[in-house]
Design a protein around this ligand. Structure first.
Ligand code: XIL
Length: 381
C-alpha cells in the first residue's frame, strides 16, 4: 500500500516536472538541425523538391544554409547567377565560374540541376539587340540566340537536366509579350506568329543537349485562365510544328488567398498538351506564398493565429494538388524561390513571410503541415 502511494506520488511529480520543462524550453526546430525532418525525403514518392540558391549559400559546408540545402532539397536552381546578364554580359564574354561551381556542387551531392534562364526580356544585356547604334536585324538576333544557347547548353551537356529555355514570354495583356525579342525578330518565317525567337532557342537547345528537358516558364498560369489558354495555344502550335518543348514551368508566385480549386482547372488546361505529346510535363519552378497583394505592402502584415492558419491552408492545399498532378504522372519537380523568409525576393519595404522556413531558419507550423501530407495520404489509401 505504502509503496503504491510512493510510486504514484513520484510519477505525478515527474509528469509535473516534464510539463514545466516543456513549457519553458523553446521547442522550435531549426531547419538545419540534424534531426529536423526533410522535405525532399517526405515527398520522394511524388516529386523532387528544390529551391533557388545563390553561390554564397553553397560555399561554406559549416553554414546553416548549406546544411538546410543538403537536408531538404534534391534539385536546385540559381536565383540570378545563370541569367543572361551574368553568364553572357557582352557578346564575346561569358562568365561561367559561378555556374560551374554550382553544377559541381550539385553533382557531388546527387542534386538535379535546373538552368534558369536562357532567354528572358529582363536581366538580359542590351548588346543582344544592338548593331552599332542601330537596332539589330532579325537575322543577327536569331544568330545570337543560336550562339548563346548552343554555347551554354553544350557546355553543361548531360549535367544540367532542365533548362528554362524562355521565361515570361506571355505578357500581362495575355498576348505574346512585347519585348525586344518579339519586336525585333517578329514573324521571321512568315507563318503568322511571332514565336520565331522562341522556336530558335528551343531548337538550338535540343541540338546542343538532346537529353535535357526544355521548359517554357511563366507566371500567373495557375491564377489566370486566359493566360493558361494563351500558353496552351502557343505551345500547341509550336509542338505541331515540331518545336522541341518538353514542358511548361508554372512559376507559382501565389498569394496567401489563392484559389487552389481554380488553380486545378488551369493546370488541367496545360495538361491537355498531352494530347499532342504524351510525355509532356509540368514543373513548378518558383513557388512562394506572398503575404501581400501585388503593390499592397502599405503596412506590415500582422502575423496572427488566423494568418498562420490561412497561410498553412494555402500551402497544404497546393501540395495536395501537386501530389495529384504527380499521381497523374505529369509533374515530378517542385522548386521554391528561395531558402527562407529572410532571403526571399518578396521582401520589399515591408517584411514578407512567403516560405516554409522563417528568417531565423526555424521550421514554421506550415512546414510540418506540408511535410505530413504524403504519409497521411499513404495511411488513407
Ligand atoms: C528574381 C530574383 O529573385 C531577384 O533577386 C532579382 O532581383 C530579380 O529576379 N520570376 C523569375 C525569376 O523568373 O528569375 C525572378 O527572380 C523572380 C520572378
Amino acid at each position: 500500500m505504502g509503496h503504491y502511494y510512493f510510486i504514484k506520488r513520484i510519477s505525478a511529480a515527474l509528469i509535473a516536472a516534464s510539463m514545466i520543462l516543456c513549457a519553458c524550453s523553446d521547442s522550435a526546430v531549426f531547419a538545419y538541425d540534424d534531426d529536423a525532418p526533410s522535405l525532399c525525403e517526405a515527398y520522394s514518392d511524388y516529386f523532387r523538391v528544390g529551391c533557388a540558391v545563390n553561390s554564397w549559400d553553397i560555399e561554406n559546408p559549416n553554414s546553416e544554409q548549406y546544411k538546410i540545402i543538403l537536408k531538404n532539397f534534391n534539385t536546385l536552381v540559381m536565383e540570378n547567377e545563370s541569367k543572361p546578364e551574368n553568364l553572357h554580359p557582352k557578346e564575346d564574354e561569358y562568365y561561367f565560374d559561378k555556374f560551374d561551381e554550382f553544377v559541381d556542387f550539385c553533382e557531388d551531392n546527387d542534386i538535379v540541376v535546373r538552368g534558369h534562364t536562357l532567354i528572358w526580356h529582363s536581366q538580359c544585356p542590351d548588346w543582344f539587340f544592338k548593331d552599332g547604334n542601330e537596332d539589330a536585324s532579325a537575322e543577327l538576333i536569331l544568330e545570337r540566340i543560336k550562339e548563346h544557347v548552343t554555347t551554354i547548353v553544350s557546355r553543361y551537356k548531360g549535367r544540367v537536366s532542365t533548362w528554362d529555355v524562355v521565361n515570361e514570354v506571355i505578357g500581362d495583356d495575355v498576348s505574346l509579350r512585347y519585348s525586344n525579342w518579339s519586336r525585333l525578330v517578329g514573324d521571321y518565317d512568315g507563318d503568322g506568329d511571332k514565336y520565331d525567337f522562341i522556336e530558335t532557342a528551343f531548337r538550338a537547345a535540343r541540338e546542343a543537349d538532346p537529353d535535357a528537358r526544355l521548359i517554357i516558364n511563366d507566371y500567373s498560369l495557375e491564377s489566370s485562365t486566359d493566360k493558361a489558354i494563351r500558353m496552351y495555344n502557343a505551345v500547341k502550335k509550336m509542338l505541331e510544328e515540331g518545336v522541341p518543348i518538353d514542358g511548361v514551368g508554372f512559376q507559382m508566385h501565389i498569394g496567401k488567398d489563392a484559389d487552389v480549386e481554380a488553380m486545378r482547372e488551369n493546370y488541367r488546361i496545360i495538361s491537355r498538351l498531352r494530347e499532342i505529346d504524351p510525355d509532356f510535363l509540368i514543373e513548378v519552378t518558383e513557388l512562394d506564398v506572398n503575404c501581400y497583394g501585388w503593390g499592397q505592402e502599405e503596412k506590415d502584415v500582422e502575423i496572427t493565429k488566423k494568418f498562420l492558419k490561412e497561410f498553412s491552408k494555402t500551402y497544404t492545399d497546393v501540395f495536395e494538388m501537386l501530389m495529384d498532378l504527380s499521381d497523374e504522372g505529369i509533374l515530378d519537380s517542385v522548386v521554391f524561390w528561395g531558402l527562407h523568409d529572410g532571403v526571399s525576393w518578396l521582401n520589399g519595404s515591408h517584411k514578407n513571410y512567403p516560405m516554409l522556413i522563417d528568417r531565423d531558419m526555424k521550421l514554421k507550423e506550415a512546414y510540418f503541415d506540408v511535410i505530413e501530407l504524403p504519409a497521411e495520404r499513404k495511411k488513407a489509401e
